[in-house]
Ligand binder design. Structure first.
Ligand SMILES: NC(=O)c1ccc[n+]([C@@H]2O[C@H](COP(=O)([O-])OP(=O)(O)OC[C@H]3O[C@@H](n4cnc5c(N)ncnc54)[C@H](O)[C@@H]3O)[C@@H](O)[C@H]2O)c1
Length: 310
């Protein structure tokens, strides 16, 4: 008996990496899976037609059930077709996992339109198109679960204005979709993974990882370390969870907080410019949060010092 016996669903980007390991586990737990992958390089170029089919071959060799689609998630019709393939082949769609992703890192001042647009297309549009197609079918069925994929880069990472923006957007989309779809019995959550895949290996300084040398509590592990979270969220046991971001990487599992007001002051008839000049330093000074993944960015920038350096 598998945790996902009788369930069927779709996973984008499942030819390899985190979604590939997830597809393996879901199928091993009894789910029937549509593997949608374009087979591109880390930067989104190229298209290897064999990637989705190879994953299906692996799953079938292990005794599981899967269907391959070489589909591009930046194409709205292709995403409709991914969901339709699941409905036609397996009769229903219990889960949709939107994991396809690329990287085109570049410092903001050097980032080209193509580097910006390519990342936004795959992550934001790709998540929207597939989640919308799944939501339409799940609304009819009155059940289903959507699992998006966000990243710690939503905190802001150097060279990732495109990726940080897309992944932050995906977290916010997840909250919005959860609000809309709960009335149909559909839950929506986001996984924030951390796993050594070719995507991580493409980042300068992070080319190598030795699973045997993982420190206790390490947040970086393998794709297989992350896959169980998708399997749990796709199961009926997780039906009570919606609108959440849950992180898993290596030996570290975390529940993320939602974006919320940190501090509020009110004033009758609002704030004039003069009021703000007094109120903001008086109340917010010492309370700014560091931004950026490394939490090292400039707390309370001293603009005079910055100007003096010019
Ligand atoms: N690896 C990490 O630590 C990490 C951390 C945070 C978030 N993520 C996210 O997890 C997801 C999986 O990443 P990964 O590390 O396994 O990467 P990966 O490069 O190993 O796999 C990504 C897969 O997505 C596919 N893909 C890319 N563009 C596509 C498109 N337009 N249509 C269909 N398929 C497409 C690729 O062909 C590839 O098989 C991504 O969304 C990534 O942003 C990964």
């Amino acid at each position: 008996m598998g945790l996902l016996d009788g369930k069927s669903g779709v996973i984008s980007g499942a030819g390899r990496g985190i979604a590939g390991a997830t597809a393996d586990l879901l199928a091993a737990e009894g789910a029937q899976v549509v593997i949608a992958d374009l087979g591109v390089d880390v930067d989104g170029t190229g298209a290897d037609t064999s990637v989705a089919q190879l994953k299906v071959d692996e799953i079938q060799a292990a005794g599981g059930e899967a269907t391959a689609l070489q589909a591009n998630v930046t194409d709205s019709d292709a995403c409709d077709n991914i969901v339709q393939t699941c409905l036609d082949t397996y009769g229903k769609i219990d889960f949709a996992i939107t994991a396809a992703g690329i990287l085109r890192d570049r410092a903001l001042v050097n980032m080209s339109d193509e580097e910006w647009q390519g990342v936004i297309d795959v992550h934001l549009n790709g998540t929207f198109f597939l989640a919308r197609a799944a939501a339409r079918a799940m609304r009819q069925q009155r059940f289903g679960t959507i699992i998006t994929v966000t990243s710690i880069s939503q905190e802001g990472n150097f060279g990732q204005t495109n990726y940080s923006g897309a992944k932050g957007g995906i977290a916010s989309m997840t909250y919005a979709m959860a609000v809309e779809l709960s009335r149909y019995g559909v839950n929506v959550n986001s996984v924030l993974p951390s796993a050594f895949t070719r995507m991580i290996a493409s980042i300068p300084g992070q080319e190598e990882f030795d699973v045997g040398k993982m420190q206790p509590g390490s947040a970086m592990g393998t794709a297989e370390h992350v896959a169980p979270l998708f399997a749990y969220l796709a199961s009926d046991e997780a039906k009570w969870i919606t609108g959440q971001v849950i992180a898993l990487g290596g030996e570290r599992l975390a529940l993320w907080q939602h974006p919320r007001e940190k501090m509020v002051i009110t004033q009758r008839n609002g704030f004039s410019l003069e009021d703000l000049r007094r109120a903001i330093p008086a109340t917010f000074k010492g309370r700014l949060e560091p931004s950026g993944m490394a939490q090292t960015s400039y707390r309370e920038i001293d603009f005079e010092a910055v100007a003096a350096k010019k």
